[in-house]
Design a protein around this ligand. Structure first.
Ligand code: OSB
Ligand code: MG
Length: 372
């Protein structure tokens, strides 16, 4: 397939409720949507950046700049027989993984649509449904959080992840255990702690959590190794893993027992699949994390989760958890057992609603080679 046009959309969508993590609170999502056009078909990718460099160093503006200046020139007017070739072409560019992933993702969708297969099939996934959990933000009021836990348990989510930060951690987790018993519970610290907090983690270790996600520095695998050796609770790495080699080294060191694979953070579906395979060979369980995606990014997450080693429920909650209206149809729904059905339609398997995507587009940039 030859890429004859790329469209980049700057998007702003307002979430139903604010989402607070240890690095800040957000209500508005600023991100990018990429369209890759070929022969009348359109593939869609989502760039899961935000307006601030607090989760990772990438932002909407840095991603846009890298996409315009470096990534589009490598794909526009080029022939590809498989999306893995895009990953190879981009490998010379250091990091900027969310920017790369967005362009590569659009080409993966396009490739599957051209072949008439689902994105899940193109990736080698076999599950017809995936099992999901939910990530709950920090609340000022403990009762409000307990109310959220109660509600999402009733909705059927199969894993409850709560965000923690210093001062909003042990007592919160204990209160959840006291009220709801042995539910599938985990905590995500988003790098808010250091090894000095070992006594606190020793206390958390008594709560039979499924895992503790990214307790220490965003770029660390050495201190995490020390912490993991002191705890029975598995450590799951999120921010620290940006590549296949990061995953390999973390596994080799024993820095974690679980990896949260986020497609954007690792630079795309090809890399996500390679990390999945590596983890499978090493008996390291994986699950698919989320970045508060619109339906487009969410559909990509569903597709990668169909791979066999995604054995732990991910953070891919249905559209209605985030949005008053999604930009795809049908919107993504979940049954009362926490299952999302994988669409059988080609590509991402959902239609992008033209009117809705336009409604949330604040800027649209079109790249195509001028033909005289
Ligand atoms: O650390 O997993 C994270 C959201 C934004 C940035 C980082 C994270 C998250 C979430 C929410 O936990 C996951 C989701 O519901 O999409
Ligand atoms: Mg996380």
């Amino acid at each position: 397939m030859k890429i004859d046009k790329i469209v980049v959309r700057r998007m702003v969508m307002n979430m139903k409720s604010p989402f607070e993590t240890s690095f800040g609170k957000q209500q508005e999502r600023s991100f990018l949507i990429i369209e890759a056009h070929s022969n009348g078909l359109i593939g869609y990718g989502e760039c899961v950046v935000s307006g601030f460099p607090y989760y990772s160093e990438e932002t909407v503006s840095t991603a846009l700049s890298i996409i315009e200046e470096f990534l589009i020139p490598l794909v526009l007017d080029q022939e590809f027989s498989h999306p893995d070739e895009v990953n190879s072409k981009f490998s010379r560019i250091r990091r900027n993984n969310m920017a790369k992933s967005a362009v590569e993702g659009a080409i993966w969708d396009l490739y599957s649509k051209e072949k008439g297969i689902t994105l899940a099939e193109a990736l080698g996934g076999e599950k017809k449904e995936i099992t999901v959990g939910i990530s709950l933000g920090i609340e000022d009021d403990l009762e409000a959080l307990l109310g959220n836990v109660d509600r999402v348990l009733k909705q059927g989510f199969q894993k409850i992840k709560v965000k923690i930060k210093p001062g909003k951690d042990l007592h919160v987790l204990k209160a959840i255990r006291e009220r709801f018993g042995d539910i599938p519970l985990m905590a995500d610290a988003n790098s808010a702690y250091s090894l000095k907090d070992l006594p606190l983690f020793k206390e958390m270790d008594k709560l039979n959590l499924m895992m503790i996600e990214q307790p220490l520095e965003h770029d660390d695998i050495v201190d995490h190794r020390k912490l993991q050796s002191e705890l029975n609770t598995p450590i799951c790495l999120d921010e620290s893993i940006h590549s296949y080699d990061d995953a390999r080294r973390a596994i080799e060191l024993g820095s974690c027992k679980i990896i949260n694979i986020k497609v954007g953070r690792v630079g795309g579906l090809s890399a996500a699949k390679a990390i999945h395979d590596l983890c499978e060979e090493n008996d390291v369980a994986v699950w698919c994390g989320g970045m508060l995606e619109s339906g487009i990014g969410r559909a990509h997450n569903i597709a990668i989760t169909t791979l066999s080693n995604f054995t732990i429920p991910g953070d891919t909650a249905p559209s209605s958890r985030y949005w008053h209206e999604d930009i795809i149809e049908p919107e993504i729904t979940m049954d009362t057992n926490g299952h999302i059905q994988v669409s059988a339609k080609p590509g991402i398997g959902y239609n992008v609603i033209e009117e809705k995507i336009e409604k949330y587009t604040i800027e649209k940039l079109v790249f195509e080679t001028q033909t005289i």
